[in-house]
Every structure is written in C-alpha cells, then in structure tokens.
Ligand binder design. Structure first.
Ligand SMILES: NC(=O)c1ccc[n+]([C@@H]2O[C@H](COP(=O)([O-])OP(=O)(O)OC[C@H]3O[C@@H](n4cnc5c(N)ncnc54)[C@H](OP(=O)(O)O)[C@@H]3O)[C@@H](O)[C@H]2O)c1
Length: 339
C-alpha cells in the first residue's frame, strides 16, 4: 500500500500520552526501542535516538546486551534535554544475575549512558543463562537452568538495593509469566513497576496483560509492530505478519496511514506502552505522530481484539535447559513453572 505520511508538523510534547506508575512518576506512553537486531549499527541507533528526541521522543528503551549504550549516552547528552524530562530504561543481562554482578552491571550501564540514575531497570529475562551474542536459536548453554525462584529473588534483592542507593527509580520484570510474577510479587520488598512483554495485534497475551495491569504494573509492549526487522534466526514458517493483517490494513487505508501507525495507536489505546524500534526518520516520526492522532473507534478496537493469533515471535529457544524441550516450556503454558 502506498501512502504519504503527514510529517513535518511539530508534535506538541504535552499531547503525548503518559502513564502514571504506582510511585506517581509519569512515563511517556510511547518509547523508542534501541535493539539493532544485529544488523543496525550502534552509531545508527544513537543517531536515531538523538534525532527522535528532537521530534519529541522522551522515552528510550535500552539494554546492556544491545551493545550500544556507550553510543546512546553521548547522543542523549547532545540533545541538551534536561534529565528529568527523559525516561530511560536499561536491563540487566542474563549472565549478570549473580548477587555480586547486579550493582556493577547497572553502574556500567549508567556510565555508558552518561546518567546518574535510570528511570527503570529491568531483569531482561528470568533465566540466568549465558549465550554468546548473535548465536543461533539452536545454541544451548551447558549451564542453562529452569527458573529457580530462590535464585531470582537473590537477584531481585540487588535490584531493590539499586533503588535504595538512588541509582534506579523503578525496577521491573521482562519476559515473565503469571506463575513467576505471582511468586515475585509475593516475595518482593519493592514491587515491579513495569513488565516488558511481547505484545502486538497477533500476540495480545490477554491473561498476562490483564494480570499485570490488575497488579498496578505498567505493561511495556516490545515488538509492537510484529518485529518485521528481526533476524532470520528468529523467524519460523508459522509466524504471521501483523502489518499485513487485512483488518489492520483496512483501518490504515481508511485513515490514510501505514499499518504500523494503527498498531501503535491500538497499543496505546489498549493501555500498553509500545517501544517501536526504528532508525528510519519517516517511520519513527510517523510512530510518534500516531501516538497523538485521533483515537481508533470502539469498533476498530473490537475488530483488532478479534485478530489475536497467539503468535509469539520472540520464542527464547536459547534459554532451554534440557534436550528434547520445545520453546513452549519457557512460557508456563499450563499455569505452572516448568522444571
Ligand atoms: N525485553 C525484551 O526481551 C525485548 C525483546 C525484543 C525487543 N525489545 C525492545 O523492543 C523494541 C522494539 O521491538 P522490535 O525491534 O523487535 O520490533 P518492532 O518495533 O515491532 O519492529 C521494528 C521494525 O519495524 C520497522 N518500522 C518501525 N516503524 C515503522 C513504520 N512506521 N513503518 C514501517 N516499518 C516500521 C523498523 O524498520 P526501520 O528501522 O526502517 O523503521 C524495524 O525493522 C526493541 O528495539 C527493544 O528495545 C525488548
């Protein structure tokens, strides 16, 4: 479909929807993802961060494993935007769950990002499993373990300490399931404020989404466009394509916009905080513009709710800990933590 995005007109910052976290802090309800998926360089991502900030983005989703925080830091500094007007997330990588590793790892992200504190710091995955960057999905770590709650809580205690130290304002989870989150909520001194999870029209995760919200936790939507740029190794023949869905396409045509903008608007209106990745100006500008555009109708929202295909794209195969397992074992589909 060809379309001409309405670009150039200034986006009014106060029009960008915000989420209020349980601490009372306000977080922009759209952020820019920064994972270059192995094919977009750190410098390209940093340049996009700086330019996106000039358009009005104030929320940036970073992680040490993305390998670009040391470039994003200077880019953020160059924007001259006051620290309190930014929302910066980073994440603890899986090989740094050890009690002695959490605080140094956070300090390293802070140094790379040239910040004194993070707005949110997440445990990237609930599995403390090392695997080399860019490895194939068939790669298995000999040290891989299932989720061990006692160990996770040791990591979480250090996350809590980061809040006590003033290095982090909020802590959160990512890639957890309801049974894991129930245990974490039972034992946490400082509750997660956000949960980052895969969410897009073909993967709406209604139970986890509702559970998270009912707990006063903000759901952050990763891969909100269905991750069309993900590497080949993360694709399977059964994957479906949100941006080509006839329902999304029809709404986009009616409004004269790209289907991506419908995915963003739907996400925000549903109560998610999407963090689309983009280093193409017309795309990241269009995504931000979608966040301030006219709301979808109730009928549109109902029509999109009906196209859920339960199609998880980021399956996490590299975390499997036993031979003969399938990726479904990582996601506790029968309501119990798989061992
Ligand atoms: N917590 C986790 O475990 C986890 C996992 C995965 C991702 N994430 C986070 O979520 C972010 C986003 O996820 P993602 O990168 O997998 O997927 P995504 O945001 O769904 O898709 C990004 C792709 O969509 C394209 N795109 C963006 N806006 C577009 C538009 N308006 N029109 C057409 N194409 C558009 C981008 O290309 P262009 O660059 O050319 O625009 C890029 O190839 C990541 O960057 C990362 O920060 C977190």
């Amino acid at each position: 479909m060809s379309y001409t995005p309405v670009l150039g007109k200034k986006i009014v910052l106060t029009d960008i929807p915000q989420r209020t976290l349980y601490t009372g802090a306000r977080m922009p309800a759209i952020g820019l993802g920064t994972f270059g998926s192995d094919h977009v360089s750190a410098d390209q991502v940093a340049a996009a961060v700086k330019d996106a900030a000039s358009l009005g983005y104030r929320h940036f989703d970073c992680a040490s494993v993305y390998g670009n925080e040391d470039r994003i830091g200077p880019a953020l500094q160059e924007t001259g935007i006051r620290r309190e007007h930014l929302w910066i997330t980073s994440k603890l990588w899986n090989d740094k769950h050890g009690e002695e590793d959490v605080i140094p790892s956070c300090r390293k992200s802070l140094a790379d990002l040239r910040l004194d504190y993070l707005d949110s710091y997440l445990v990237h995955w609930p599995f403390s499993n090392f695997h080399p960057p860019h490895c194939d999905v068939s790669s298995r770590s000999p040290d891989a373990r299932p989720y061990i709650h006692e160990n996770f809580m040791k990591t979480w205690r250090q996350m809590e300490k980061l809040v006590d130290l003033g290095l982090v304002r909020h802590i959160g989870t990512s890639n957890v399931t309801i049974p894991k989150l129930k245990l974490i909520l039972r034992d946490a001194r400082i509750r997660p404020a956000v949960n980052e999870m895969e969410l897009h029209p073909h993967f709406q995760q209604p139970q986890l989404f509702e559970f998270v919200r009912a707990q006063g936790i903000e759901p952050i939507a990763y891969s909100p466009l269905g991750s069309p740029g993900r590497p080949e190794r993360d694709r399977t023949p059964d994957d479906t394509v949100d941006l080509e869905d006839p329902v999304i396409d029809a709404i986009a045509r009616r409004r004269g916009v790209h289907p991506a903008e419908i995915c963003i608007l739907w996400a925000i209106q549903r109560g998610q905080t999407p963090i689309p990745f983009s280093t193409t100006r017309r795309n990241y500008e269009a995504n931000l513009r979608a966040a301030v555009s006219e709301p979808l109708t109730d009928e549109d929202m109902r029509a999109i709710a009906a196209i859920d295909r339960n199609c998880r794209l980021i399956k996490g195969q590299v975390f499997l800990w036993r031979d003969g397992q399938s990726w479904e074992d990582l996601w506790d589909l029968n309501g119990e933590i798989a061992q």
